[in-house]
Design a protein around this ligand. Structure first.
Ligand code: SF4
Length: 409
């Protein structure tokens, strides 16, 4: 796992804050301006093509150099610099902290670089805003009342540096719709720059009740755009309690119905918490009857971070104690032809009948396995745990599966 942020030593002051990390192959295959690129040199004395790179990136513990095969694809017609090298240099403390294709943000004032996009990661997400109009008990990204409309310009710059063949891209917050027209600008840029990329935007859906937003999104005609909208119960008081916002259920339901009427693609996301698990079968029936346009329903284990840590006693349910209502809800929807998944739940703690629905859902940069997982026969396809899982959040049924159990899973 590569770190999200990495300590770095800056030599010179780069003109750009965001850079595309390139080696010869990445640079040659894209239409990149070298001033917006960080040339990945490996060792400080390695070959650097004589172009006006935004920065030259080296690592303290790297080996290799001019003969390293990673540099075999240097741009045609370039040669090692013969003049003293004035290009900004960045030395990261860890080899592999940045790889060709990544997008990095330079934080010289903090002596760090931050990876904004990882080529080949199983999930890349753009962060839209810290603001939110809900205040969910288990929010993993507690909202803040800040003016962060600057993120629109920032994200447009990131999007311009992404690989144009990235298969999937997420957008989350906060509540992205609070960016207003800025959100439309971001989605439009993704549509134009990444026409083959499946976009997945997390939103509470509450602002879609105003048709102007729905019309704006529908007017973009993004070919691969799906909205992930949380719905925690079939009744308002339970949903509004979890969201900590009176009226949220009505607004979200109205928003979902408007989205359906405009032909927008959406999935329903159900986070599994103590206040909601008993009503899962009723919620499944509600979704089937009132929201059949949903393209997918995801039942999701809690992420032990943010507000969830403070509200652990009010939220936590061991998977063994929710298996009956969860199994009924999942099978109710699946038997009616709806696509259903289980996210963030280890295979070993699920009933055998639910394991086919479990996905390896946790982003690789924040996923881990525990000691118990050593030798488990299904480790490669298990969601495992969030990197920050702690005692108190570990299911009591955790156990390594043998080959026979793996066959059943
Ligand atoms: S023991 Fe196996 S099934 Fe259980 S969490 Fe670890 S890898 Fe997953």
């Amino acid at each position: 796992m590569r770190p999200h942020e990495t300590p770095a030593v800056f030599g010179g002051r780069p003109a750009q804050r965001l850079l595309k990390v390139v080696d010869g192959l990445t640079f040659a295959r894209g239409d990149w301006n070298p001033q917006q690129c960080a040339w990945l040199a490996g060792t400080p004395d390695a070959f650097v093509p004589d172009l006006p790179w935004g920065a030259v990136l080296t690592s303290e513990d790297a080996d290799g150099g001019p003969s390293d095969p990673r540099y075999a694809h240097a741009p045609v017609g370039t040669a090692p610099a013969t003049q003293p090298d004035e290009r900004p240099r960045i030395r990261v403390s860890q080899r592999g902290a940045a790889a060709p294709g990544d997008v990095i943000e330079l934080l010289p004032e903090r002596h760090r670089i931050r990876t904004r996009y990882r080529r080949g990661a199983n999930a890349n997400t753009l962060f839209a805003t810290e603001r939110c109009n809900s205040h969910c008990l288990m929010c993993s990204q507690p909202p803040r009342r800040v003016d962060d409309d600057w993120r629109v310009k920032d994200l447009l710059e990131v999007i311009a540096l992404l690989d144009d063949d990235v298969p999937e891209l997420g957008l989350s917050g906060g509540e992205p719709t609070l960016l207003g027209d800025g959100l439309l600008d971001i989605l439009r840029a993704c549509r134009d720059r990444l026409p083959g990329t499946a976009m997945h935007v997390l939103s509470n859906g509450r602002r879609f009740g105003t048709t102007s937003l729905a019309n704006g999104v529908a007017g973009l005609r993004h070919p691969h755009l799906t909205w992930g909208v949380p719905l925690y119960a079939d009744v308002a008081d339970v949903h509004d309690y979890v969201v900590q916002s009176a009226g949220a259920f009505d607004e979200t339901l109205r928003g979902l119905l408007v989205m359906a009427s405009k032909g927008l693609s959406f999935e329903i996301r159900v986070v599994l918490t103590a206040p909601t698990v008993a009503r899962l079968p009723a919620l499944a029936d509600f979704i089937w009857r009132h929201l059949p346009a949903a393209v997918h329903v995801a039942f999701m284990g809690l992420e032990p971070i943010g507000f969830a840590l403070a509200n652990r006693n009010a939220l936590w349910v061991d998977p063994a104690d929710m298996s009956e209502p969860l199994t009924r809800a999942v099978h109710y929807l699946a038997n009616r032809g709806m696509a259903v998944s289980l996210y963030n739940l280890p295979l070993c703690v699920l009933p055998t009948a639910l394991r086919p629905f479990a996905r390896r859902s946790i982003s690789d940069w924040k996923q881990r396995y525990l000691d118990t997982c050593d030798g488990c026969a299904v480790r490669e396809r298990c969601a495992g745990f969030f990197e920050w899982v702690k005692p108190g959040w570990i299911p009591r049924g955790l156990h390594a599966l043998n080959d026979v159990e793996a066959h059943e899973a």
